[in-house]
Design a protein around this ligand. Structure first.
Ligand SMILES: *Cc1c(COP(=O)(O)O)cnc(C)c1O
Length: 414
């Protein structure tokens, strides 16, 4: 329906949205950072709230006419606090990277030492990559994972004692093991560092009790709202009460202007959904589905970094197959599966080529996929790897039909 409204003004954009809907509907989405929001979340994001300026905080705005906006943002804040058992929440960050930027702005000064997980080992750009503000304006020391795909905590401690960072960042974009937040807290306490836990990827698992919570330990917890949490694109910062005023100031006026209140309404709706018993079941199924996919791939003779997964994602290690991550991700797309190339530990290839493919279960689980479907997905992926450089177009077409059949097994959301 919205599409027809758009079409009346702009048929080019309407056509492209329609094509994108078709793509989302008919391909198996395994990008670990993506998900499908509910139509309710989407409607809130497309609402008239986009018209309002509301710089400041609820009930302390720089603009008039905020009486409804105040209540909307207050609901989002209260629900975030309840879902995660947090002392304070700021729901205004436009994205996960901006949530981290605000924490950096509050917790450290340019030139200060910060420790984060290396990007090629599964960390995020905003944890100190040299091409990101975090790496440009701060002194960064990075830690990584060992050959078993586990964070090398001894090394983290050693690096911390040696470099005495003011801020330690834990949390990752591609890490399939449980993160030991308590251990990070102990390491931070040894040198008096502040601790930021970035749960952008595992937020839903933390909320549902499928992953231990960082809240008893971290000074700050940042998250995106659009990954496992299944809300609109955006970020949230949560923290201990003693940091609340400083964090709020860092978000606005520190790094942002007017908050996106339509998106904040979408966050509020998503957080309400996340507080429901159904969402707990969803988060549980996400983990079951990822484990099943990892198992299926390993039974097909493929390698998974760390030999399996404890959460919603895994990295297929293609080194012994003679294929690159880039090639397999492209072939998967021809077979109706979307995923992204990713480096593996000690990857001999560049980040543009890579030797791995990251696979995640959040989006397909939202569609309704169960363990038996993940088995079939695993078989399709294994077939694609077998095809490899031989580029058997006929076989790829056949696999694409199998992917489509899986997509059509469950009604699509929109
Ligand atoms: C995705 C992600 C982010 C950034 O989120 P954006 O909304 O893309 O800015 C930050 N941290 C981690 C660990 C992430 O995985």
């Amino acid at each position: 329906m919205e599409l027809e409204v758009i079409r009346q003004t702009d048929s080019e954009i309407a056509d492209l949205i329609e094509k994108e809907l078709d793509r989302q509907k008919n391909t198996i989405e395994l990008i670990a950072s993506e998900n499908f929001t509910s139509p309710a979340v989407m409607a809130a994001c497309g609402s008239i709230l986009t018209n309002k300026y509301a710089e400041g905080k609820p009930y302390k705005r720089f603009y008039n006419g905020c009486e409804n906006i105040d209540k909307i943002e207050e609901l989002a804040i209260e629900r975030a606090k309840k879902l995660f058992n947090a002392e304070h929440a700021n729901v205004q960050p436009h994205s996960g990277a901006q949530a981290n930027m605000a924490v950096f702005m509050y917790a450290v000064k340019p030139g200060d030492m910060v420790m984060g997980m290396d990007l090629s080992n599964g960390g995020h750009l905003s944890h100190g990559s040299p091409v990101n503000f975090s790496g440009l304006y701060f002194n960064i020391v990075s830690y990584g994972i060992n050959e078993n795909g586990v964070i090398d905590y001894d090394k983290v401690r050693e690096l911390s004692l040696k470099n005495k960072p003011k801020l330690i960042v834990c949390g990752a974009s591609n890490y399939s093991k449980i993160i030991d937040f308590k251990k990070f807290k102990e390491i931070a306490d040894e040198t008096g560092a502040l601790l930021l836990a970035d749960i952008a990827h595992i937020a839903a698992l933390v909320a549902a009790g499928e992953h231990p919570s960082p809240f008893p330990y971290a000074d700050f917890v940042t998250t995106t709202t659009h990954k496992t949490l299944r809300g609109p694109r955006g970020g949230i910062i949560m923290c201990k009460e003693k940091h609340a005023a400083g964090i709020d100031k860092a978000v606005f006026p520190g790094i942002q202007g007017g908050p996106l209140e339509h998106i904040i309404a979408g966050k509020a709706v998503a957080l309400k959904e996340a507080l429901s018993p159904e969402f707990k079941k969803y988060a549980h199924q996400v983990v079951l589905n990822a484990k099943e996919l990892a198992q299926a791939l390993m039974e097909e003779g493929l390698d998974i970094v760390g030999n399996g997964t404890d959460n919603h994602l895994m990295t297929l290690d293609l080194r012994k197959t003679g294929n690159t991550g880039k090639d397999i991700a492209n072939l998967l797309e021809k077979a109706g599966i979307t995923a992204n190339k990713n480096t593996v530990p000690n990857d001999p290839q560049s980040p543009f080529i890579t030797s791995g493919v990251r696979l995640g279960s959040p989006a397909v689980t939202t569609r309704g996929f169960k363990e038996e479907d993940m088995r079939e997905v695993g078989k399709i992926i294994a077939e694609v790897v077998k095809i490899g450089n031989s580029s058997n177009e006929e076989k790829l077409k056949e696999l694409k039909a199998r992917s489509l059949k899986l997509c059509q097994k469950y009604p699509f959301l929109y």
